[in-house]
Design a protein around this ligand. Sequence first.
Ligand code: DQQ
Length: 580
Amino acid sequence: MFIWSLIGLVCFFPMLNNFKGGVMAFHKVSKHLQHVRAIQVVEDHRTGYHFQPKHHWINDPNAPMYYKGLYHIFYQYNPKGSVWGNIVWAHSVSEDLINWTPLDPAIEPDKPFDKFGCWSGSATILPNDKPVILYTGVIYENPEPGYEVQNYAIPENHSDPYLKKWIKPDDNPIIKPTKENASAFRDPTTAWKVNGQWEMTIGSKVDMVGISYLYRSPDFIKWTLVDHPLHQKENVGMWECPDFYPVSIRGDKGLDTTVIEGDIKHVFKVSLDSARYDTYTIGKYDTKKDRYIPDEGMIDSWAGLRYDWGNFYASKSFYDPSKHRRIIWGWANESSTEIENVKKGWAGIQLIPRTVWLDSSGKQLLQWPVAELESLREKHMKLSNKVLKQGDKVEVKGITAAQADVDVVFKFRGLDKAEKYDTKWDKLFPPETLAKNICRVMSTTKQGGLGPFGLLTLTSKDFEEYTPVFFRVFNTQDTKHKVLMCSDAMPSTLNHKEYRPSFGGFVDVDLSENKISLRSLIDHSVVESFGAGGKTVITSRVYPTLAVGDKVHLHVFNNGTETVTVEKLDAWSMKKPKMN
Ligand code: DQQ
């Protein structure tokens, strides 16, 4: 016991320094724990319907694709322990993105060109239905994090819809780094075709300049570095897991990566290693200059748009031709300590896959959980026209509140009571953490005007623990109103050693109908919330001590002087799918 506490202390304090944008900095390398196999799987905070293997550590989703009637997801996995290390490409398949069957790992570090790591990458489906995976291999460990090259892998048998066996041909590596970026050169994207050649991009940096190198190939095997990057940006640090794809400007249908012209815009997403979140811009792919150019007004920096304002990283999208949609997968790390992860025998989940499309404003993306998730809904409770005065909390009874899907529309009489936006916040907090800092200082217990109102998820009986997801509307001088959405882990657990960030994001929503919607996917230690139809999304990981299993409650609440009405609330218990 004493030894565990000692290790806990030693590991916990340095870890706090690693929290920058909210989640942990580049995979912490804890060699002494990498081979500590799970002796048990602690169920308390394990998710019921999110993607998880049976045990051990997972991180980035890799090469998602749809092939011969099956969805494939590969992911970074440590088969030997519950911290990052010994990474292989684990592999699962599904008919519906919800029920998953595990297969043997597809790519393992057993060749000179990936001996020290099989890191992230993507799939491209070449003509005649031929998938190819591009991934990063680490070939020396020194200096850390290693010397990174790009490899390819192909299926042994194209007629096998499970794509069980992958071959790593001996002409790998197909791309080597330059001297400048040998240890910051990873995560190749899905390729597209331009001017008769294949192109793809790889994440990198030089000093603090984030770079997305562009590579070109006539045959997918011989790749040459193009003399300019697809995109680059100073003062942002390493760009991991870039993603580059077209979105339609007419409606919500997804597009294959090979679509490069027409009524489209392009999305360029990177995972910011130094800040630990996924940020994107919307812009134009100039096929003549062969460059990506963000639209005017896009913030191309740490303060830019995010898929998710909470615990969400290393995402990857793919085009699903069977339903004409683009889907993104994202990883949510634990925010518990490594020692806790080792003790519980597992770490990391993939969030529910989200359909993604361009908002009609053209200024941001919208995201929504894939429709197939609704097949897990069972017991259904409803509320309608429930009036919430300041201080009211109303319990949503009769469902499994620890494993639920809740969809609610709040209505109010007007915006007159919205409290004044305090401009000193703009001076106090940098733009990239402005929203989350306001959420921290203006928590649910701070009475407001219009808001805070929303959901109290994962609540213990007497409110010792709760994870609130809520809105606050502010009156500002220049724009009409600022809508803030928060997901606050601060009161989520009595275990104050846990990391409990108050995540937040602004919502660019039209309130002229005096309504706003919120959907939360609640699953034991994760709350994924979609504000205003998917305009702002926030994921929190939390570890309650009392609000566990059947002791969990769910409430709607209002702590603003303006009365708020729950116009309509639907809440469902969620079934457990077949999960690996
Ligand atoms: N995780 C992988 C890297 C990637 C990072 C290694 C992002 O390829 O850059 O597990 O989480």
